[in-house]
Design a protein around this ligand. Structure first.
Ligand SMILES: Cc1cc2nc3c(=O)[nH]c(=O)nc-3n(C[C@H](O)[C@H](O)[C@H](O)COP(=O)(O)OP(=O)(O)OC[C@H]3O[C@@H](n4cnc5c(N)ncnc54)[C@H](O)[C@@H]3O)c2cc1C
Length: 421
């Protein structure tokens, strides 16, 4: 019998397996699909020679994540000349760049980023701590810049950048939470960029699998868990909360984020954006709340993804159909359709990006199991993006659940220095 069984080999499950193995536990990871990774996978999905990311693709939170730092894994992040561009049909383009001088957030942005640098350690700490985040809350309360950041009002291109970044989540962008989310992604983009991963998103999964295997973790794929397995100390459910409810026969009421239309392309050349900055930014935002498209293009950041002179691209929308997404791109880049060699469409049901919703009614204490990893079933811990802090690739849910399991069996070791700061 293993000390722990992890259900699901998404990145959170793999982070959890690594943390438990570091503590000397024997760990089995069981994955339903034929390969690990969940929403962090890539491959030649359309044609040979072109690598597309299956779901997630750009990683500000992974680049900032204290979890990956503490695990000491090296992820080969790749950046383009700019971080992101948000063109409009009026001919203007909002730009986020790691170079402050190129970011179109207005004159006060430098000062805002200085405030942000003081607040960021508390926010990252809150990311890797379950409810109640006492120390993080205290740090934020003692930092006068924290409230000021949320009260700031932005207009024009700055407002466009913040709204676009808020729309990475399903939170209405002009609410307090939406503004906070927009600011979080904009500030992280300023400091860490929105990098993609050299050779494909699946490299993150490979790095985590290699690290786990080197510590004796056993990984079984192609095996769907149908009931809670037995383990000496703990079972970590790195699966969405509805799947956990299914296999435990319990009921759960958690709101889902909206359905997602996801498109990947292989192209005969770079996208002919009318906006010049959009030709230099791997991430491009198109439209507003009503018709928003999140678009990614790789060759300028990672030329290994496609043959020389060709391109691979990625997009998703919660509001437009596949045809409307292509129309939206064509409007900003006349000639785009003529470059398309191949496309892949995936229609994801509600709940797939965040394994829940990022809205207030599912945050902090309102998350499943009151924002804590204990599920109410003895020694079963929720370790997926359904738990705090939710969707995106940062590994925090797996980290929190694994430490809770270790603490519960008294073999808990204190946070490594990287997190204790
Ligand atoms: C289209 C899309 C685009 C995204 N873009 C980004 C992005 O650019 N940047 C970013 O940071 N985040 C992005 N996200 C969000 C991010 O990818 C996810 O929030 C995150 O990967 C979830 O990780 P997880 O390990 O918690 O769950 P998952 O990745 O969903 O992994 C869960 C795993 O459990 C397995 N499983 C389920 N049930 C069982 C069972 N009964 N038995 C065994 N195994 C089981 C599944 O097969 C899966 O492998 C995106 C998500 C989607 C869907």
């Amino acid at each position: 019998m293993h000390d722990a069984v992890v259900i699901g080999a998404g990145h959170n499950g793999l982070v959890a397996a690594n943390v438990l193995a570091d503590a000397g536990w024997s760990v089995l990871v069981v994955e339903a699909e034929d390969e690990p990774g969940g929403a962090v996978r890539s491959g030649e999905l359309i044609e040979p020679g072109f690598v597309n990311d299956r779901h997630s693709a750009f990683y500000p939170l992974a680049a900032a994540s204290p979890v990956f730092r503490a695990l000491g894994v090296h992820i080969p992040f790749k950046h383009g000349p700019l971080v992101l561009a948000h063109p409009s049909v009026d001919g203007t383009t909002a730009v986020l760049s790691r170079d402050l001088a190129d970011t179109t957030m207005g004159a006060s942005w430098r000062e805002v980023m200085e405030m942000w640098a003081r607040v960021e350690p508390a926010l990252l700490r809150a990311l890797v701590t379950p409810f109640p985040q006492v120390r993080a809350a205290l740090m934020l309360t003692l930092e006068p810049g924290a409230l000021k950041l949320l009260r700031l009002r932005h207009e024009g291109l700055a407002d466009r950048l913040l709204v676009g970044n808020a729309l990475h989540s399903d939170v209405p962008p002009r609410t307090v939470l939406g503004r906070g989310f927009g600011l979080l992604l904009t500030a992280l983009g300023q400091r860490y960029g929105f990098p993609c991963v050299e050779g494909g998103a699946g490299r993150i999964t490979e790095v985590l699998v290699e690290r786990a295997r080197a510590r004796g973790v056993e990984l079984r794929v192609g095996e769907r868990v149908e009931r809670i397995p037995t383990a000496r100390h703990a079972v970590l459910a790195a699966i969405d909360v509805w799947e956990l409810a299914r296999i435990t026969g319990r009921s759960v009421r958690v709101e889902r984020d909206p359905a997602t239309v996801k498109l990947d392309w292989t192209l005969d050349g770079p996208i002919p954006w009318t906006s010049e900055p959009a030709r230099r930014a791997p991430v491009v935002h198109l439209g507003s709340e009503r018709d928003f498209v999140l678009f990614g293009q790789y060759s300028m950041a990672d030329p290994t993804r496609s043959p020389a002179g060709k391109e691979t691209a990625w997009a998703y929308s919660h509001v437009l159909s596949a045809e409307e997404i292509e129309n939206q791109v064509e409007r900003h880049a006349p000639g785009f359709r003529a470059l398309v060699r191949g496309r892949r469409l995936e229609e994801l049901p509600p709940g797939r990006v965040n394994l829940g919703t990022a809205r207030w009614r599912n945050e902090l204490v309102l998350r499943p199991f009151h924002g804590r990893p204990a599920t109410g079933i003895p020694n079963v811990w929720l370790a997926s993006a359904s738990a705090h802090p939710g969707g995106a690739v940062h590994g925090a849910a797996g980290w929190i659940a694994a430490h809770a399991a270790l603490r519960a069996t008294r073999s808990y070791r204190p946070l490594p220095q990287a997190l204790a700061r």
